[in-house]
Design a binder for this molecule. Structure first.
Ligand code: GLN
Length: 283
């Protein structure tokens, strides 16, 4: 059998429908090269692949073609510059979610030793990114899934970040007060055809009731009792949900309700602050 070179392997994967970047990431993984080393592939494009690497590569390409996220196949995903370990117990962290982290960091900048809760933490991406940028923060990472929390805990330990991971149902049982509550909850409507493309990720991290807003409603209902006066609730949501989430925040008595755009220019996060000087029970 003629040997296959790196350039041929990549061309075959793209001909089979894989995105170029996905094929490159998988090939680097198979060849035990760091994921940022795409230049290495170019410099070695005439190298022949050995049979073992080729077999592993074909298996990974087939799984990718079947819809598995690259992050699950390599076990890694970079988020906000942090190398996270991920697997099918957690949502594959999206770059869109960095918008939420940046917003939280801006709001927390004037606040010494802020207390932060990340609800539905999954891999721990948001909580760990905030903790890394703000070593003085006390960050709590909450998830209902024991499997997800195991992933978040392992990431915290490996990265040496003192995020506290607790199992729970959004804010139930948490005392606060928090200076910021942040969340990338499930927000896809249960009957949305988009879900069909995401079957490898946990449905509990993606879908939320008929209109996709069920978990967001629950969080907005619970947040005022645990936010400090002037504290912020920031929520990621779907591309067409900004108005609905803003309306829910206003109806719950939040001030300064506004949205932030992701890199694609989509209003991807909405948030508001707790009125200062009014206790949550009065509002
Ligand atoms: N942004 C993801 C998607 O639409 C969904 C993430 C979520 O539900 N929190 O693919």
């Amino acid at each position: 059998m003629p040997s296959t070179t790196i350039a041929q392997a990549l061309a075959q994967a793209q001909a089979a429908g894989l995105a170029r970047i996905d094929a490159q990431m998988l090939l680097l993984h198979v060849l035990d090269r760091p994921s940022h080393d795409r230049a290495w592939l170019l410099m070695h494009d005439g190298d022949a692949m050995d049979e073992g690497a080729l077999a592993r590569w074909h298996a990974l390409c087939a799984r990718r073609a079947g819809g598995e996220p690259v992050a699950y196949l390599t076990g890694r995903k970079e988020f906000f510059g942090l190398p996270l370990q991920v697997d099918a117990r957690v949502l594959d962290p999206r770059p869109d979610t960095e918008t939420l982290v940046e917003w939280a960091l801006e709001l927390l900048a004037p606040c010494p030793a802020p207390r932060v809760a990340d609800l539905g933490t999954g891999s721990g991406a948001i909580a760990l990114a905030i903790q890394q940028q703000r070593p003085d923060a006390r960050v709590l990472a909450v998830d209902a899934s024991a499997g997800a929390l195991a992933v978040a805990r392992a990431n915290a330990l490996r990265l040496g970040l003192p995020v506290q991971c607790v199992q729970g149902d959004w804010l139930a049982g948490l005392a606060g007060p928090f200076d910021a509550i942040v969340s990338n909850p499930p927000y896809i409507p249960a009957a949305d055809p988009h879900l069909a493309a995401l079957t490898h990720e946990p449905l509990s991290a993606l879908a939320s009731g008929a209109d996709g807003l069920q978990d967001i409603r629950n969080i907005i209902a619970q947040a005022p009792a645990t936010l400090a006066p002037g504290g912020w609730l920031l929520l990621e949501h779907g591309w067409d949900q900004a108005q609905a989430v803003q309306a829910l925040l206003r109806a719950a008595g939040f001030d300064q309700v506004q949205s932030r755009m992701d890199l694609a220019g989509i209003a991807r996060c909405s948030g508001g602050s707790m009125p200062v000087g009014l206790s949550p029970t009065v509002k």
